[in-house]
Design a protein around this ligand. Structure first.
Ligand code: F6R
Length: 612
């Protein structure tokens, strides 16, 4: 999704801005641009174009000097990805430039108003109106001009503004889209994502919604939208610049998958109570009595966060015997949901910024419901909005396709299910059994990753298919959904997930030697039924990839039938889903590489979806 960078200091801004933008490339974008201030008389100089940041760098005019500047990567929402619609947007005199993440909802209403006043709008974007509104304000300061312009618009924004009449500063504002101010030594940085800052500084202040800040070489000042000052101190963040660098790995996705075992250790650390066979999740802000009073659990998330939410809901229902279900947050918020006081709502989000999930959380809280967050990014919007939660401690996840945050979400759900279960009927023996299972997960993940080359061989073959099915039953169904999602997003193969039991109610009609099926078949109480379904597929000539345990006998399939198996280590059956998911992540990754694609930059997709 769109990215913002800004710089104020003693160095030339353009190279720093380009470097910052390249660090935001993983978020997904289709055009990029810069604006620099080179003094009061010269006005604002802009350069922008559709395509990659490297295209912008190549096209930058030779003389593009200036020590104050803003930059942007755009992900088209209003109007196609072309040079004109790329940010920054300026006023007609070229004295104001604006970069903006989010959506101005009333832009369509403001455009004719501006046109009637003689303003010529040159782009299709919602953002351009902001540049004109700032330029037309009579206020004395840039902060007041920005505040006045923002008073005219509805919607969401993270934005940065420069103005030739105020050449020492960048003014930034936040409402629903992140803005971080990074403190350097006699220089200041701004970004919408930490990835663009960490090479320069880890001393960072997060703006809150409704705030405006002035950033100059000497520091920054924060205000509410009525321009009363508010203290927003910068903090030293515990992050490592190396986390934002793929190092010797071919891609961030591969690097992050190789980090699965270590990430799993981090989320479990200090949270398992072996003596009482339960977990300690202090961040939930709930005591045993609160926990006992829960009569239903509803999990909300989008995309992979929703699929792992489905895995979590079924684990909670199984272990705690509380009715639990998952729903896409993007659907939930549009259907005027009934919010029950004894329901525990669980919002799942790696980034903590996904707008659909954030708005669902706000709707629940507005109606008096209790909501906890399973969130990776500390201090993110959802983390700040919820009543409590479990941080995922997966470390920064840069690749668009979520891997280590997903595994850690599952483990966080397992600990939640354990805690809910142990204040109910889950026995101490079962609690201890699960704890032993959880403790074995990191080493099981190591073993699965060690089999990556064999999965790559399977992926070589699967990548040739135009269309595939993924099937799984009960615990295996969300695993199949997540597998299909990963393959779709990074290899662009058409992949559809079905519950195994639904096969003969429709999709069987499509099974043929050209349409492979990836089947999730754990060695659990449903194994015979699942193996039965494999026979039905084989009888119709459908190639099979079976993700299973080595104890499962697939015997009886027609001789010479095209069947490949990927075995995962056995764990406690409740924890099987996550171990069955990892080979599917590997499968998607290797299919993407086999097709010559870049798994880190899937077309049309963004790392965090901060618009509706
Ligand atoms: C898939 C993927 C997306 C995200 C979804 C939610 O690999 O990464 O489907 O899971 O956009 O993002 P978060 O978890 O940041 O709310």
């Amino acid at each position: 999704m769109c990215g913002i960078v800004a710089y104020v200091g003693s160095q030339q801004a353009a190279p720093l801005l380009l470097e910052g933008l390249s660090r935001l490339e993983h978020r997904g974008y289709d055009s990029a641009g810069l604006a620099v201030l080179s003094g009061t008389s010269a006005g604002v100089r802009t350069a922008k174009r559709a395509g990659r940041v490297r295209d912008l760098a190549a096209a930058l005019p030779k003389r593009f000097g200036g020590k104050v500047g803003i930059g942007h990567t755009r992900w088209a929402t209003h109007g196609p990805a072309n040079d004109v619609n790329a940010h920054p947007h300026t006023d007609a005199d070229g004295r104001v430039a604006v970069v903006h993440n989010g959506i101005i909802d009333n832009a369509a209403a403001l455009r004719p108003e501006l046109a009637d006043a003689g303003v010529e709008l040159v782009s299709d974007t919602d953002t351009e109106v902001l540049a004109h509104l700032v330029a037309r304000s009579d206020a004395d300061t840039l902060e007041a001009k920005v505040a006045e312009a923002l008073g005219r618009v509805d919607g969401t924004w993270g934005l940065a503004v420069v103005h030739a009449d105020f050449p020492d500063r960048v003014v930034v504002a936040r409402n629903g889209s992140p803005i971080l101010v990074g403190v350097g030594s006699n220089e200041m940085y701004v970004a919408s994502d930490l990835a663009a800052l960490v090479r320069h500084t880890t001393t960072v202040a997060h703006l809150e919604d409704g705030e405006i800040a002035t950033v100059t070489t000497g520091g920054f000042t924060t205000y509410r939208d009525d321009l009363t000052a508010v203290r927003r101190p910068a903090h030293e963040l515990d992050v490592d610049a190396a986390d934002f660098d793929p190092g010797e790995h071919e891609s961030f996705m591969l690097k992050e998958m190789l980090e699965l075992p270590e990430a799993a250790e981090h989320v479990l650390r200090g949270r398992l109570d072996e003596r009482f066979g339960t977990s300690h999740l202090g961040g939930l802000n709930m005591d045993a009595r609160d926990t006992r009073d829960i009569s239903r659990v509803r999990v909300l998330g989008c995309g992979s966060a929703y699929y792992v939410g489905q895995m979590g809901a079924s684990m909670i229902e199984e272990l705690a015997r509380i009715p639990a279900e998952a729903e896409p947050a993007s659907e939930f918020r549009y259907r005027n949901p009934v919010i029950e006081p004894d329901t525990l709502y669980v919002a799942v989000s790696q980034s903590g910024e996904t707008l659909d999930t954030l708005l669902a959380v706000q709707e629940i809280r507005r109606k008096g419901g209790r909501v906890i967050g399973l969130v990776n990014v500390v201090g993110s919007a959802i983390a700040r909005e919820v009543d409590g939660g479990i941080y995922l401690h997966a470390g920064p996840e840069v690749a668009v396709a979520s891997t280590k945050a997903l595994t850690n979400t599952f483990l966080a759900f397992a600990m939640l299910a354990l805690q809910l279960g142990r204040v109910r009927d889950l026995s101490i023996a079962d609690g201890k059994r699960l704890i032993a299972g959880l403790q074995s997960v990191p080493s099981h993940l190591e073993k699965i990753l060690a089999g990556s080359d064999e999965v790559a061989e399977v992926a070589q073959v699967l990548a040739q298919a135009e269309s595939l099915f993924f099937i799984g039953r009960v615990r295996g169904y969300p695993v199949a959904r997540e597998g299909a999602q990963k393959l779709k997003e990074i290899s662009y193969r058409h992949a559809e997930a079905y519950p195994t039991s639904e096969l003969k109610h429709g999709p069987l009609a499509l099974i043929s030697p050209e349409v492979p099926t990836v089947a999730v078949v754990p060695d659990d109480e449903l194994v015979e039924r699942n193996v039965g379904a494999l026979h039905e597929i084989a009888a119709r000539g459908g190639p099979l990839v079976v993700v299973t345990h080595d104890t499962v006998d697939l015997g009886g399939l027609p001789r010479d039938h095209d069947v490949r198996r990927i075995d995962v280590p056995r764990c406690e059956r409740e924890l099987d889903p996550i171990l069955l998911t990892v080979p599917l992540q590997l499968l998607a990754y290797h299919a993407s590489v086999a097709l010559g694609l870049d798994p880190d930059k899937p077309r049309n997709l963004a790392k965090s979806v901060t618009v509706e």
